[in-house]
Structure formats: structure tokens, C-alpha cells
Design a protein around this ligand. Sequence first.
Ligand SMILES: Nc1ncnc2c1ncn2[C@@H]1O[C@H](COP(=O)(O)OP(=O)(O)OP(=O)(O)O)[C@@H](O)[C@H]1O
Length: 233
Amino acid sequence: MLEMRQVSLSFGASRVLDAIDFRVAPGERVGVLGSSGAGKSTLLRLAAGLLRASSGACINSYRHSLLVFQEPRLLPWRSIQDNIEIPLLAAGCSREQARARAGHWLERVDLAGVGKAWPGELSGGMAQRAALARAFAMQPDLLLLDEPFSALDPALRAALSKLCNECVKDTGAALLCISHHPHELVEMVDRCVLIAHGKLQSFDFESAMNGQTRAAAADSLHQTLLNQETIAP
Ligand SMILES: Nc1ncnc2c1ncn2[C@@H]1O[C@H](COP(=O)(O)OP(=O)(O)OP(=O)(O)O)[C@@H](O)[C@H]1O
């Protein structure tokens, strides 16, 4: 369980999160939306333990939380296979285990056959798939995605969101995912929170769908976001 109780976080005089209460239960998939600078990455970094709350309590009792960034962050001087194996070896896997797990996940993200390639030889989409394979190979029980596909073109972004969604479902990991694209996010998560002016607002798909499709819920979410950006606190 990830639980934030009355968490505030400020950078200097600027309060980014203001007394928020927030939970992600095991296996739950939660989306995070908000305008640029609203505090989405701050929320994820707090969950990952990279930032400390200025006040309140942030308790992350997941065994292994893993943050995937917007850029793949592969080691450029090591092969793709090595990039996946190195964190596994560091976590205590044997060489055989690491090799087998890396092979499995490379195949799962459609990169079987490129294990020996260098990161610089991969396209942006392939590199991000390798980053996903590296993340899933570590068997996280909480996956934190900080807009990992936003640098890709829309078709590739949709394909990778779908692949990532399938992998999350296969592993049963909990998911906390930032996106600027409500229509993709509704396919990936059970519920959403919107960040604005330091506060969280829950967005319930079921009531937004009102018997309609997820796309209709995404339209409603998109409209809520637009309103947030035009309405002062
Ligand atoms: N290390 C830091 N030091 C000072 N200010 C910071 C730091 N990290 C973030 N901020 C500020 O906190 C606010 C929230 O930043 P954050 O990156 O969480 O926003 P975001 O919603 O993820 O934005 P975007 O969608 O543009 O990535 C911004 O005003 C940002 O400038």
C-alpha cells in the first residue's frame, strides 16, 4: 500500500502539494493528470522516495517500487541485454536467472534478437520498450510511470501504452501513471486523480461514463482539465 496522509511539499516558498490524502492499493491502477507544473512528477518522486514531504506522512509499504522516466535512461556503453541484467545482478539474481529473465522480457516487448545491440542503435520506441523490459524484469509491485511515452509519435505512444497495460495486468503490479493524454490513460487505469493548486481531485470513471464508453469518460476528463486550466483557485 502507498499512503499519503495530509502530505504537503514545498520548494522554497512555493507549495506544490497542499495537505493531500492519497492511496494506491495493491493491484490498483491510478492515473495522474494536471497542467504543466501542477506537481505530477513531484507526487511520483515522493511515492518513489526521491523526495521527502515537508509535512504529513508518506508511507510506501510496497516491496519494490520502480520509477520509469520519460527518457529511457539506458547505459549507452552496455548492450541492451546487459542493461536489463545489470540491475537484476545488483539485486542478487544469479547470472542464469538474470539472463533468463532479461530474455523473457525482451521477447515480451518484441525486442527478441536485439539483446546484443547498443542503445544508440535503437529507435526511440525500441529504447523505451527496452526500458520497460528492464523495469518489468525487476518484478516491481508498484510501477511509477512518469510520462514514459510522451516523446513518441501518437501511433507509437498508443501501441506502447497498450503493451505496458498488458504487462501491468499480467504481473498484477499496482500502477501510478502520469499522462497528458486522457484518452490513452482511461485505457490503462481504474481511476484518476487531477492535481491543481496543490490539491488532488478524484475522477471516477464509472460515474463519468454514465453507461457510455471509456472514450466518453475521457472526453469528460479532458473537459475537466481544460476547465482547471482556465479557472483560478
Ligand atoms: N527540485 C525542485 N526544486 C525547485 N522547484 C521544483 C523542483 N522540482 C519541481 N519544482 C517545481 O515544482 C512545481 C511542480 O513540478 P512538477 O515537475 O511536479 O510538475 P509537473 O506537473 O510534473 O509538470 P510537467 O507536466 O510540466 O512535467 C513546478 O513549479 C516546478 O518548477
